[in-house]
Design a binder for this molecule. Structure first.
Ligand SMILES: [Zn+2]
Length: 170
């Protein structure tokens, strides 16, 4: 979310089924009724045939009857991984779920995991440490590793780089 600290919300697990636990999280922690269906279809040779999910959230003022109908239709279609495997496009799945409920496709984009951290960004954060803290780091180890709290990427800083950061400090 671009905050200084990672955003953390906690709720107890209710089922151990990841989709149901996510839906419970959105309902309890964020007060948003949600439907989450996740699945992975594994082929006999153990390769992944299809994997994906469906995430439906009610907008404020959404009609409960429409939400119930969407929920019924999602569950009547069976596991999402089979749907993904059988269908030629996501829109085809959308049509099967929505049936006679009018809808508008507002966008489509590929999903990817992306963190906006970088070596440069972490160097700037290091520069915000006090000279004493940097001195301590320099004295303790020859090489410094900083781990991004958001994506777990580890960035290594050499003693020379720490020295450069120190020089840039007023
Ligand atoms: Zn990161």
């Amino acid at each position: 979310m671009g905050l200084r600290q990672p955003f953390i919300g906690r709720v107890p697990l209710v089922s151990g089924e990841i989709g149901e636990d996510f839906a419970n999280y959105f309902l309890v922690s964020e007060q948003i009724p949600s439907l989450i269906s996740l699945g992975v279809l594994v082929a006999p040779d153990l390769s992944i045939k299809a994997a994906g999910g469906l995430f439906v959230q009610a907008m404020p003022g959404a009609d409960d009857k429409v939400l119930e109908k969407i929920e019924r239709q999602v569950f009547s279609l069976g596991p999402i991984s089979y749907l993904l495997d059988k269908s030629s496009s996501l829109e085809e799945i959308m049509e099967q779920i929505m049936q006679d409920i009018p809808y508008k496709l507002v966008g489509e984009k590929p999903l990817q995991f992306k963190c906006n951290c970088s070596h440069e960004r972490l160097a700037r954060i290091m520069a915000s440490l006090s000279s004493e803290e940097l001195q301590e780091i320099e004295a303790s180890v020859g090489k410094l590793e900083v781990c991004c709290n958001f994506c777990n990427e580890v960035y290594g800083f050499t003693q020379e780089e720490i020295a450069t950061i120190k020089k840039q400090k007023p």
